[in-house]
Design a protein around this ligand. Sequence first.
Ligand code: PA5
Length: 446
Amino acid sequence: MSKIINYNYEFMSATKVGSFGFKKPELIELGKKLKTINKSLAKKKNSADMSFCKLPYDNTIITTLNKLSKQLQKKFTNMVVVGIGASDLGAKAIIRALAGRYANQIKGKGLKMYFAGNTTDPQILDDLLKVLDIKKTVFYIVSRSGSTIEPMVNFLYLRQRVIAKVGLNKSQQHFIITTLANKNPLFQIAKKEGYLILPHYAGGGRYSVLSANGLLPAAAAGFNIKKILDGAKVIDKLCKNNNLSSNSPFLFAALQFLAYKKRKQNISVLMPYNYYLNEFAFWFRQLWAESLGKDKLGITPIAALGPTDQHSQVQLYIDGPHDKIITFIISEKYINDLRVPKIANSDLAYLGGHSFNQILKIEHKATAVSLMENNRPNSTIYLPQLNEYYLGQLFFFFEMAAVYLGELLNINVFDQPGVEHSKKYMYGLLGRKGFAKEAREIKKFL
Ligand code: PA5
């Protein structure tokens, strides 16, 4: 089995999709920038922003989280992750990819994972609390800033419910906190109440999936976090390469850049054919939108799903405006493949004997070729298999591709001023100290 994910971009080329595809000389020209970009990134390697590149090498966190997870598994049955944006999507993508829908229930190992905190719609928490045995539940509260409204509202409510159920003294064991160790309100409460604090890594939220944010839920659910990090290391090594054809994250970024800048293809679709990568596509969507959507620039990311969206979105992709590029992800191999039973005397007989995996591959090929024949650029990332190791590779692949794309577009991928803007208005309207000016500003429009 190949040890690395394989990026095939044949159908992105002008030789396949005419004027909608990249021309080889353009790509070679961009490739010349790689050495300088890598040099400039190497200079920033000790900055907080680039510290996500060190996460795959953090052996201490593996030991700490594995030990903690064993203790949690003895005491609890459930974990609820409370976070929003990057403090939610990475963990969700891992759990969905590795546990699927039922794996926790089938294997009976590891904690069952639930997610709350990404909304203030009361129905969600209310429903969750109806099925959750609080005494058997640990709540993992993740907020880098320690003040984001949605997770904090959920946290405060849960804290009250836990105290009511188990008493103040015992409630302490039910909370684990990840936030920056500073004056933020979550950190202050956690310190005061004596909750276990796993400090947020130095960098930003969108690049945090390989820190405690994503890895504690993964380890607690029973997955091998060392393998996730080992996978990320493989891609990190690849990125040290200054040769375009050996550095697939840069290649990916370069093709997105050319599509956007030269051909006005400003929509980037990620369409995994692994059903359980559907949450991964949402993680990608945030990475692309928040990292690259600024300074009046941006590529709009779409999270799609194969083959489901063949019966929905693909009509638009094949027949609509020429403003999109599509990236598929598909596994070479499935751990448990199924076979369609043979059936005689039926128009469905042609399906009999095929494996599900074989059909999925055919569905992907048929879609990719149809798109190509309609001059729609598309590429595919082939995963040898969906497991911890290759998932780690995928995360790091896209994180580095975002960083490279930021360099090519001359965009700071690590800030999110647009998100901060509305956060400040919400603080103002809800009466947070220090945000009176914002309250006055927004009230003009209410
Ligand atoms: O990527 C980001 O930085 C944002 O999407 C944040 O993750 C999101 O706003 C939540 O912030 P915090 O983790 O501070 O609660």
